[in-house]
Design a protein around this ligand. Structure first.
Ligand SMILES: [Zn+2]
Length: 459
């Protein structure tokens, strides 16, 4: 007799929706939970996740080494006793136990019994890192993503272009699943500009009345330029009603005439948080996650309001656990208080760069993304930038390349203005180069990669 079970046999959907309410009802229910309810749910789910992770060799080994007993969790504060881990630990696990590492809670063999998917992350630097997702993990992950997309303006019945890279990564796929399964949207799976040329993307959006184009903010702005070249007005003719795009909020809002609400997520766990219309921090989906902020160098938890690396513990999976995963993205945690939108869910600041891109320059911690933000705010400079770190003699140096369409004769004084703005902000001197529009595309991968490369470490 076959032991194969289909998705509808593996998942009790009433159970799933009770535990993790989907949009829109989420915003009338768990979104408005009081602090005691939020934290009681978290503690219950945290205990269950600790128990499950303890059966995964990667965690069992690390917890034993650190003297952490998963049964000792009696309060949310006890989570801090578990060791964190980073992508380097994952890489080691894969090297020692190829090709899946020993951090998966399930194996490919389980797919014969219940549906499963494999996606990888990384790959641009170092080897790709696999994650196995059970059917339950896919459904909840898509549901969480749908919550964010709903708050960002996408509604049932919308036609949506998904212009992210449908690749070995999870990103485009989880948005596709969220739109199709949990938001009843009609998805046009265009993929990136390499798969469906930019003009064709615009034509499809117009032909089928798309109300959102999911892609990077940079590529969306490029599509606006292409639309103008086609004699179209990005606001009046494209008529987008939702901008769930990552990038320069103000420029996107001005270009498309729609408010941008920011969100945060990553491959292994899907969407973690989303900004509410108050635009003051991203509410964390606390029924599915605990977010901590730790010191980039020491890994010690930081107080509210201090910027550090994001550490994530998921509270919903049945496959591969993420339990105090230091993702090395930079953010800040707000204290728990009731937002003007009514929610008590804790808020975090938007993604502020990569902690592992940090360069120590004459004793000062410098992040390429922060330099880019300062440099591109100078009048006459566009949003494009690229940062290089390299050795000069026995010290580290940085050069920030920015783009301007001003005459080349003005570039020297413009470079001096940018250099001064950077010096004023970070207290150390960095090199500045002014480039012509398009000159940085080869370095940033514009038009060919989903996430633009902004930094190269040449040391
Ligand atoms: Zn709010």
């Amino acid at each position: 007799m076959s032991t194969q079970r289909r998705v509808h046999e593996v998942i009790d959907f009433d159970d799933l929706e009770g535990l993790y309410p989907p949009a829109p009802e989420y915003f009338d229910t768990a979104w408005l939970d009081d602090p005691a309810t939020i934290e009681a749910k978290q503690l219950d789910r945290l205990k269950a996740r600790a128990e499950a992770a303890a059966n995964v060799p990667f965690f069992a080994r690390r917890w034993s080494d650190a003297g952490f007993d998963p049964a000792s969790i009696e309060s949310l504060d006890d989570l801090a006793n578990a060791p964190t881990y980073t992508v380097d630990d994952i890489r080691e696990s894969i090297e020692a136990h190829p090709p899946f590492g020993d951090y998966q809670g399930v194996s490919v063999d389980s797919a014969a019994v219940e549906p499963m998917r494999l996606f990888t992350s990384g790959g641009t630097t170092g080897n790709s890192r696999p994650t196995l997702y059970t059917a339950w993990d896919r459904e909840v992950g898509a549901l969480l993503t749908a919550r964010a997309l709903y708050l960002q303006g996408i509604r049932p019945g919308d036609v949506v272009l998904n212009a992210w890279a449908y690749s070995t990564h999870n990103g485009a796929h989880i948005m596709d699943e969220a739109l199709y399964k949990w938001l009843n949207c009609v998805v046009i799976s265009t993929g990136t500009g390499n798969v469906t040329p930019s003009r064709k993307q615009i034509e499809l959006a117009l032909e089928y009345g798309a109300t959102a184009i999911l892609t990077t903010g940079d590529y969306l702005l490029h599509l606006a330029d292409v639309a103008r070249e086609m004699g179209l007005d990005p606001i009046a003719d494209l008529g987008l009603t939702a901008l769930p795009n990552i990038g320069d909020t103000e420029t996107l809002e001005a270009t498309f005439g729609v408010p941008v609400l920011q969100s945060y997520g990553f491959h292994e766990v899907q969407w973690v948080s989303v900004e509410c219309p108050e635009k003051d921090g991203l509410h964390i989906f606390e029924d599915a996650f605990i977010v901590e902020i730790v010191d980039v160098d020491t890994g010690e938890p930081l107080p509210n309001g201090e910027q550090g690396a994001v550490v994530i513990t998921e509270l919903y999976k049945t496959g591969s656990p993420q339990f105090r995963y230091n993702i090395m993205d930079l953010s800040t945690l707000y204290p728990r208080e009731q937002c003007a939108c009514g929610s008590w869910l804790r808020k975090m600041a938007p993604f502020a760069g990569r902690g592992d891109n940090m360069v120590k320059l004459r004793g000062v911690n410098v992040w390429p993304e922060a330099l880019g933000a300062i440099a591109t705010a100078v009048p006459g400079i566009t949003d494009d930038y690229f940062v290089r770190a390299y050795r000069t003699g026995n010290r580290d140096d940085i050069t920030v390349s920015v783009v301007s369409d001003t005459p080349p004769a003005d570039h020297e004084s413009l470079a001096a203005t940018v250099a001064k703005a950077l010096h004023d902000a970070i207290g150390v001197k960095v090199g500045v180069e002014i480039a012509a529009p398009g000159a940085l595309n080869e370095s940033t991968g514009f038009g060919t990669v989903a996430k633009l490369v902004r930094f190269r470490d040449e040391r």
